[in-house]
Write a protein that binds this ligand. Structure first.
Ligand SMILES: [Zn+2]
Length: 84
């Protein structure tokens, strides 16, 4: 029996199980490409031989994650421009 794997949305934690289909002639019903239809996978290149992959179940979850990666401009900094 093939071992099922789990994909986890990096943002909301939603989980789906799939069967890896490499080295198999017929696609299993729960092949990764079937189960993860509509999901987004981001590959982050970190350097030589080193990548991170993140799965997201929707654009909304991807957006939340992306926004969390962008350094925020502190509110107090923006306030300094008020009233000029
Ligand atoms: Zn999600």
């Amino acid at each position: 029996m093939p071992v099922r794997k789990m994909a986890i949305c990096y943002s909301c934690g939603r989980r789906v199980a799939y069967t890896p289909c490499y080295e198999r002639e017929a696609l299993p019903e729960d092949a990764r490409c079937n189960v993860l239809a509509g999901w987004l996978t981001v590959t982050r290149w970190k350097g030589k031989g080193s990548v991170d992959q993140y799965d997201f179940c929707s654009f909304g979850c991807l957006q939340k994650w992306v926004e969390a990666q962008i350094p925020k401009i502190p509110e107090t900094f923006l306030d300094a421009f008020q009233g000029n």
